[in-house]
Design a protein around this ligand. Structure first.
Ligand SMILES: Nc1ncnc2c1ncn2[C@@H]1O[C@H](COP(=O)(O)OP(=O)(O)O)[C@@H](O)[C@H]1O
Ligand SMILES: [Mg+2]
Length: 268
């Protein structure tokens, strides 16, 4: 069954898009069928995947406004995953969507039509908790939170967790936090270590073991329109995102097994 993961943090610059693009490519290497949905009007995940945001046949805004069937908006990219692209039209679309009935479920209903074609659907969210991001939370099974281990990292995290909790209790009872990924990690910095420890205490086993180090190749790859592994395969950035993808797949498999066992236990 498809896993739909929203990659979110209302802070900008914490590597949401970098994680979305490189996780998509890494899962594709693991032979998973992946759709990356760019849900940020900046269109960085679109461009970073090698699809020009201003030359889209149809964007996610067209799909959410009902102007295009979702199949027609999906682009195939060389890195073996598919992309539903975005551009500034999404900012305008939000106002129109806000007037609609069922306005929180527009993305969910659109994805339902194609979700069986994929093992993973990753949604790259904008740095905001607006209606478009709420659509991501209503479509998703879980939220992946990339975080930079800096002094203010934990600030704002409570808001994000509260929003996820509120949506879980009202609009989408399936929604849960998948985990927290430490990005731009500098193991030599005492501050990074302090914040990292705090995250461990706060999130326990929801904190992924893999950390993504600071790596200039990760910052350079988007200018070439490719995930880092197609830019420099042996870079620390490429290796760490592959390791992370493997950890994530393993964790999800374990969780599914546990759930199946619990179901079995409840029956007998
Ligand atoms: N591990 C990393 N090492 C170095 N630079 C990074 C790393 N992760 C992200 N970046 C850079 O940091 C900036 C913000 O990342 P981005 O993924 O766009 O964040 P967000 O989507 O959360 O706003 C970008 O310029 C990106 O290339
Ligand atoms: Mg981004």
């Amino acid at each position: 069954m498809v896993k739909i993961i929203a990659i979110a943090n209302q802070k900008g610059g914490v590597a949401k898009t970098t994680t979305a693009v490189n996780l998509a490519a890494s899962l594709a290497v693991l032979k998973k069928r992946v759709l990356l949905v760019d849900l940020d009007a900046q269109g960085n995940a679109t461009m970073g995947s090698g699809v020009h945001k201003n030359e889209l046949n149809y964007s996610i805004a067209d799909v959410m406004l009902g102007d295009a069937p979702i199949e027609a908006a999906i682009n195939k990219v060389e890195s073996n995953y598919k992309v539903l692209g975005s551009n500034r039209e999404l900012a305008g679309a939000e106002l129109v969507i806000a007037e609609q009935e069922q306005r929180e479920f527009i993305l969910r209903d659109a994805l339902k039509q194609i979700e069986n074609n994929f093992d993973f659907i990753l949604i790259d969210c904008a740095p905001s908790l607006n209606l478009i991001t709420v659509n991501a939370f209503c479509a998703a099974d879980s939220v992946l939170i990339p975080m930079q281990c800096e002094y203010y990292a934990l600030e704002g995290l409570a808001d994000l967790c509260q929003t996820i909790e509120r949506i879980n209790q009202t609009l989408n009872p399936n929604l849960e936090i998948l985990g927290v990924l430490r990005t731009m990690y500098d193991g030599r910095s005492a501050l990074t270590k302090d914040v990292s420890e705090e995250l461990e205490q706060y999130f326990g086993d929801k904190l992924f073991q893999t950390v993504i180090p600071r790596n200039v190749r990760l910052a350079e790859a988007p200018a070439h329109g490719v995930p880092v592994m197609y830019f420099e395969k042996s870079s620390k950035g490429a290796v760490s995102y592959l390791t992370f993808a493997a950890e994530l797949v393993k964790k999800m498999k374990k969780a599914a097994q546990k759930q199946a066992e619990q179901k079995q236990g409840a029956k007998s």
